[in-house]
Design a protein around this ligand. Structure first.
Ligand code: KIV
Length: 272
């Protein structure tokens, strides 16, 4: 049971800023459906991210690129229904905001109108500046995402740690400052050196949430399937597993199969 569940007030972008100011860490986790979102919210999560990692863990794709806006809206709509307290942020998927800011705004508006998510997250820095500005103009809160940005996997060529070299680190810091200046309410830093992430968090007034970015940032985010041990094939160094659900589910399902085959289920008490 979380020790932080007493505060039942709704989490807003403003409350996240206050948390950073008073040095309270922000807990963020992904969810993609109603039932899990409800459990995660009840456990005291601050931010629930409807990540386009749904492409990997829900749809079985190798990358996040195939995800469509309709699919993300479907997941976000289900999550929102299960959440009372956490701030719900939804990823805009690949191809729905890059290159054309009018399309970016239309995508963000569809997400907000159809799913009732409370903010959108988009990947990139100066190259998507116009999209961020236009979305913010409509009063839609934007969370940035820098470092390893999985929608650019074909440009990077691998999921290795980003911004290890000085030039890339300098560009990341510059981009982070730009995102703050434009009005993003928070940013995610994925898989970058801890020292760099800590520097970014210190230099920015908006919350910086890390995944594989060390402990010097303002909060942490993980993919739910990874931290619950549903997705056992993925074990990067930054991941801490809090459960072994794949074993638990496997055992339970195998026992059910066995009970059906041996006519142990249903018993007299389990029928009408
Ligand atoms: O899609 C996702 O789950 C994410 C997190 C890894 C931050 O963007």
């Amino acid at each position: 049971m979380s020790t932080y569940t007493e505060d039942q007030r709704k989490v807003t972008t403003r409350r996240l800023a206050e948390m950073k100011q008073r040095g309270e860490k922000i807990a963020m986790l992904t969810a993609y459906d109603y039932s899990m979102a409800k459990l995660i919210d009840e456990a005291g999560m601050d931010v629930i991210l409807v990540g386009d990692s749904a492409s990997n863990v829900m749809a079985g794709n190798v990358t996040t690129l195939p995800m469509t806006l309709d699919q993300m809206i479907y997941h976000a709509t289900s999550v929102v229904k299960g959440v009372k307290r956490a701030l719900v942020v939804a990823d805009l998927p690949f191809g729905t905001y890059q290159g054309n800011s009018k399309e970016a705004l239309a995508s963000a508006i569809r997400m907000m109108k159809e799913s009732s998510a409370e903010a959108v997250k988009i990947e990139g820095g100066s190259e998507i500046r116009e999209s961020i500005e236009r979305i913010l103009c409509a009063g839609i809160p934007v969370m940035g995402h820098l470092g390893l940005t999985p929608q650019s996997i074909n440009k990077f060529g691998s999921y290795a740690v980003r911004a290890k070299e000085e030039a890339e680190a300098a560009k990341l810091l510059e981009d982070a400052k730009l995102l703050e200046e434009l009005g993003c309410f928070a940013i995610v830093l994925e898989k970058i050196p801890a020292q760099l992430a800590s520097k970014v968090a210190k230099e920015l007034t908006i919350p910086v949430i890390g995944i594989g970015a060390g402990g010097g940032v303002d909060g942490q985010v993980l993919v739910m399937h990874d931290m619950l041990g549903i997705n056992k094939g993925f074990s990067p160094r930054f991941l801490r597993r809090y459960a072994d659900l794949s074993t638990l589910i496997n055992d339970a399902v195998a026992r059910y199969v066995d009970d059906v085959k041996t006519c142990d289920f249903p018993s007299e008490k389990e029928q009408y």
